[in-house]
Write a protein that binds this ligand. Structure first.
Ligand code: GTQ
Length: 349
């Protein structure tokens, strides 16, 4: 061994010995981890992935024979990112699950500080009740449960109903700010007629003395797909954005902000044959195909999708989408959190 080598390895041993001595005192050297702690570009643990809805649905129906909605409290198969197994996360910051409710079942009322969204995927006849008002769940409807509002789900129809749940569970966990409580009533007492909140808050008008405030739970909690779809269809005659096709974001009409403070939600339409140009953003995003079919190319890797398939694009990975037919995609991410904190970035090829 050369003299330099000997010196270097001695230096290494002295350092290792130092690290071992400080370790019992809960001290550790930054210089060994600085590069990983403060990376040059995002290093999400989440990996690009697609879930076949047809496969997940079969397992979910099997779960329907194993446990009732009431016993489970929520009968859900969690979509776990392959890079985050065991952590109940679909991205580094968000949760997703597929929930099933069978005819005549009730998923009992509770509330928690985690906010939730539902995207209805299959079946009809179920409802979600939020804060004393029920809404019938129809395919493509985007329904939200603001933090700390009571919610229960029920199915008074004849078909199994399945929807995608999106929650900010990992964010609330990171902040150690999670609370939950059950409700004395299994199903909330109905206090308002169906459609009341949509009429008061969702029709470009607001109750005369109502003021929307940031951080206050939104009063509007259902965004029917028929309305969102009609908007996209109308604007699809105008010139197309080469990165997004036609893309809109859901808002709380009282503030203009995202309806959920921690989660942004979006709907886009891609004309038949379109391939979007490469796009990156720092918000890892969950996509759901509502209509049509095509492929997502994530850093060049192809993920073909059909209706109801779910795929995720991790932070700062380049996405291109190809639509074989006219395609509508719903998506959600932690974008509003990043924007509030001045962290959000995007890059367009
Ligand atoms: O419907 O309240 O997928 O509390 C996970 C946690 C759904 C719900 C989930 C929940 C719910």
């Amino acid at each position: 061994m050369s003299l330099e080598h000997q010196k270097a390895s001695q230096g290494h041993n002295i350092r290792q010995e130092f690290y071992q001595r400080i370790d019992p005192h809960n001290l550790t050297p930054l210089w060994e981890v600085l590069g990983a702690l403060v990376p040059e570009t995002p290093t999400p643990q989440a990996q690009p992935h697609k879930w076949d809805f047809a496969l997940a649905r079969d397992y979910l129906m099997e779960a329907g024979d194993l446990i009732t909605a009431e016993e489970a409290e929520r009968r859900v198969l969690v979509l776990e990112n392959p890079g985050l197994r065991g952590q109940s996360r679909i991205t580094d910051s968000l949760y997703a699950g597929l929930q099933l409710i069978l005819p005549n079942e009730v998923a009992p009322a509770h509330r928690h500080t985690q906010s939730a969204l539902r995207l209805v995927l299959s079946g009809e006849g179920a409802y979600t009740a939020v804060d004393g008002e029920r809404t019938t769940m129809r395919r493509g409807d985007f329904i939200i449960t603001p933090a700390w509002t009571y919610h229960d789900h029920g199915n008074e129809g004849t078909e199994p109903v399945i929807w995608l749940d999106g929650l900010d569970i990992p964010i609330v966990e990171m902040l150690s700010s999670g609370f939950r409580e059950g409700s004395p009533e299994k199903s909330q007492i109905v206090e308002r007629e169906e459609g009341d909140s949509l009429a008061r808050y969702g029709n470009n008008m607001l109750p005369v003395n109502f003021e929307g405030k940031q951080g206050q739970a939104t009063k509007l909690f259902v965004y029917p797909y028929v309305d969102a779809r009609r908007s996209l269809e109308k604007i699809a005659n105008s010139s197309v954005d080469e990165h997004f096709g036609y893309k809109l974001r859901y808002t709380d009409p009282a503030t203009g902000s995202s309806p959920i403070p921690t989660i942004g939600a979006f709907l886009q339409l891609l004309p038949k044959g379109m391939r979007t140009r490469g796009y990156r953003s720092t918000d890892s995003t969950i996509y759901v195909c509502l209509e049509g079919h095509g492929s997502a190319f994530i850093e060049g890797e192809r993920f073909p999708f059909v209706e109801n398939d779910i795929f995720i694009v991790p932070s700062w990975k380049e996405l291109e989408i190809e639509a074989d037919e006219e395609t509508t995609l719903y998506s959600y991410s932690d974008r509003p959190v990043q924007q509030m904190l001045g962290l959000w970035r995007e890059s367009r090829a």
